[in-house]
Design a protein around this ligand. Sequence first.
Ligand SMILES: O=C(O)c1ccccc1NCC(=O)[C@H](O)[C@H](O)COP(=O)(O)O
Length: 211
Amino acid sequence: MAGGVNLEPQIKICGLVNDEDARLLVKYKIQYAGFVLFYPKSKRCVSIDQAREIMKNLSPEIKTVAVTVSPAKSQIEEIERAGFDLIQIHGTMDMEGLEHSSIPILRAVNVDTQIQMEKFTKHIEDKISGYVFDGKNPGNGEKFDWALLDTIVKHNKKIMLAGGLNADNVRRAIETASPDIVDVSSGVEKDCGIGKEESKIKAFVKAVRNQ
Ligand SMILES: O=C(O)c1ccccc1NCC(=O)[C@H](O)[C@H](O)COP(=O)(O)O
């Protein structure tokens, strides 16, 4: 990646569905907690009320991320009112909704064979605190070619790497792409697919922190 090497990125665990998931994030000192909202097609989708209950188990230093797909203005407002730290946006950006919001944005870029960065007005650009580079279909455990991130210029934005990461491949991903944050969901999930598995989180954290 143009602009620096980060061999011990922060960690985001995405798709929390219950209190136990949240307690594991505290135990393993994970920095970001993601909640999939307003997207019933996802098995990890929770309501804002459920997310707020789960969040009570997090420690204050963990940043909460509302993960959305093409959120409407009213949904952006609801997310802001609920007190999330960041909104992660896949799909389309409702410029009017975002113009009037002050919640920092993580813009998701779902990568297929190349990375094409969007252009935004300065007002929106200033609200984007980082980019989440993810596989083509988010939350499906799909990787993309991490070396594509080599061409990205950071412009003071956080670079988050997602898509098919797990304890076995995350160190290689870090060494290839040197992201600021690594983001995982399927790779630390229980075999039944609902909720996070402690042994997988432990192994993931060990690999990221090179312990
Ligand atoms: O997780 C979902 O089901 C989901 C649905 C719609 C939009 C985004 C979604 N998840 C976003 C993410 O959490 C990241 O894509 C994720 O951390 C990477 O997922 P995975 O490849 O399963 O590790």
